[in-house]
Design a protein around this ligand. Structure first.
Ligand code: GAL
Length: 393
């Protein structure tokens, strides 16, 4: 199976797609014969602490990939992809119940906004006015605002509806973030669509409009472990990042504003490298991050759909390409994960038990005049696309 398919098949044939609200029997062994009937099935997934009903969408792609997604934070709960023998395994971290996200980790598989990653001191100035955000994180003892604040987009129940177009299936999430939400200016109307295509591409389309100038930086925080959820660390996965520079950080994981060439450093993933190979190198940036937790500036520089990353795991043959219109990608290798977090199958997770590849603009851009702007103004439409293209080798 090739994953370098561009948009081929995206708007392909118009076969009927089952979109229903009934229960389904979803096994782990979905056939990859090409005969899979694409479908979207919706059922209840419990309630949040404050009593809001959460829905679970099971997307079965015509190529066989199966994804369980909830409208609470747009979180991907389970993601089944084939290994090289066709065996389907859940390759993402998540929880079987809403309470798991509320108790343990709200970012697992989640949509992230209004601003992905960190804003220094929870403060920025825009058009002469200073805005204050909740400081909900303090790496290295330095407070900052992380992933949109105390109640980011990960913690909202979004409005949701099933999507189908030809043999593509998906779910559309919409959210109105009110003016002043977590300190951010402007009412922001956000739409995020997840699509599964017949060639096993998970395509994410982000859109937003605002009524006042505001920073916007939306991303997805899915963790991958190609050996399977709670099946050890990701240190043996081989990563490629199509990026010659990172934005180095200080001890608070805030960019210094400089660009650091990766050549000759443990951050050079321009050719495939096992993640664990250089992770313990004597390197200040690795010490600050507790491992890899950095923003790579893509050689494509954003604006058009281009390759950002590739990931491969030798024993299962699972292979992924990440394509994006965004200029940067955060590679985070789960340094904050611990064995105190229960997995979905009764096994606990572990330190570096998953890795995230979050397409984005650079962290702290609202305070960094040298970085591409993340400010959305009234009359403009924020639009980005990211594709996770699954395959095997
Ligand atoms: C990542 C971030 C990490 C950590 C993680 C959530 O996006 O780079 O530092 O905060 O989210 O646990």
């Amino acid at each position: 199976m090739s994953v370098l398919r561009g948009m081929a098949g995206w708007a392909a044939c118009a076969a009927a797609v089952a979109v229903c609200g009934c229960r389904t029997e979803k096994g782990v062994a979905v056939k990859m014969s090409g005969a899979v009937e694409p479908s979207v099935v919706v059922k209840p997934f419990g309630k949040t602490k404050d009593g809001q009903l959460v829905h679970l969408y099971t997307l079965t792609g015509a190529g066989g990939v199966v994804m369980d997604v909830i409208d609470y934070g747009g979180k991907v709960v389970r993601l089944y992809t084939p290994d090289r023998t066709g065996k389907m395994t859940d390759i993402t971290l998540g929880f079987n119940e809403v309470a798991g996200y509320e108790t343990h980790d709200k970012y697992f598989g989640s949509l992230i906004g209004r601003y992905g990653n960190r804003i220094a001191n929870g403060r920025f100035t825009l058009d002469g006015k200073t805005y204050t955000l909740p400081t909900n994180n303090d790496p290295g003892g330095v407070p900052c605002s992380l992933h949109g604040g105390d109640k980011g987009f990960d913690a909202y129940v979004w409005h949701s509806e099933p999507l189908s177009e030809g043999r593509n299936v998906g779910v559309k999430f919409t959210l109105t973030s009110p003016d002043g939400d977590q300190g951010y200016p402007g009412k922001l109307d956000v739409t995020v669509s997840y699509w599964l295509t017949p060639d096993n591409v998970w395509r994410i389309e982000y859109e937003a409009v605002t009524d006042k100038a505001t920073p916007v930086n939306l991303t997805q925080h899915l963790y991958f472990n190609f050996k399977g959820e709670a099946e050890g660390t990701i240190l043996d996965h081989e990563l490629t990042l199509f990026a010659d520079h990172i934005t180095p950080v200080d001890k608070g994981l805030i960019p210094t504003g400089k660009l650091l060439p990766v050549k000759g450093t443990p951050f050079d993933f321009t050719t495939p490298w096992e993640i664990g190979r250089r992770i313990n190198a004597d390197d200040e940036q690795l010490r600050f991050g507790g491992g890899y937790d950095h923003n790579w500036v893509l050689n494509s520089k954003g604006g058009k759909l281009a390759p950002a990353a590739a990931l491969y795991e030798r024993t299962t043959g699972r292979f992924l390409e990440v394509w994006t219109t965004e200029p940067c990608i955060q590679f985070y290798c789960g340094n904050f994960l611990t064995d105190q977090v229960p997995g979905k199958r009764g096994k606990n997770l572990c330190h570096r038990g998953g890795l995230a590849l979050e397409t984005q603009h650079a962290p702290d851009s609202p305070n960094q005049p040298g970085f591409p702007s993340t400010i959305l103004r009234p009359g403009q439409t924020y639009k980005t696309v990211t594709e996770y293209r699954f395959g095997v080798r």
